[in-house]
Design a protein around this ligand. Structure first.
Ligand code: CMP
Length: 140
């Protein structure tokens, strides 16, 4: 597997509890390099666009309101097989199902307030990176 880039969000429940550094350390310990990072506050329109694929889900409103409730940290992670590796480090979406040692097992509060988001495929990774970062912000 070649070197890949993936997109990550440290979500409001985690930034609020001052867990940005602890979560970043989990990525780095797993061999993922943080090649871009910024702390931002989403607007409702931005959250609705980003999570547009979930717009028909019953939790869509709750999800978008949560994502704008506090600042988030958006990052680009790079490494060998980075998309799968990041999903492994994050753990299952629902922290009740997450494996020991994963970010969601250690830090997530619920399936909604689950501390991190990570891209699920190369196409979504490219789209999500481009949604938040310009080429100028992405150094090698
Ligand atoms: P994420 O990886 O950011 O992608 C979509 C998000 O929707 C997911 O993480 C969860 O935080 C959220 N989500 C999924 N299922 C539910 C649910 N049943 N209730 C509330 N939020 C959910």
């Amino acid at each position: 597997m070649a070197i890949q880039r993936t997109f990550s969000i440290i979500k409001p429940d985690a930034t609020k509890r001052n867990l940005t550094g602890a979560i970043a350390a989990k990525f780095e310990e797993a061999g993922l390099r943080i090649v871009a990072s910024k702390r931002i506050q989403l607007t409702l329109a931005q959250a609705q666009t980003f999570y547009g694929v979930h717009s028909e889900r019953p939790f869509f409103g709750e999800l978008c309101e949560f994502m704008i409730s506090e600042p988030i940290v958006v990052q680009v992670l790079e490494g060998e097989d980075a998309i799968a590796k990041n999903r492994e480090v994050m753990g299952a979406t629902n922290p009740a199902d997450a494996a020991e040692g994963t970010i969601r097992k250690e830090f997530a509060l619920s399936i909604g307030e689950n501390s991190v988001h990570g891209s699920d495929a190369p196409e979504t990774a490219a789209e999500e990176i481009a949604f938040f970062f310009s080429g100028l912000e992405l150094v090698g």
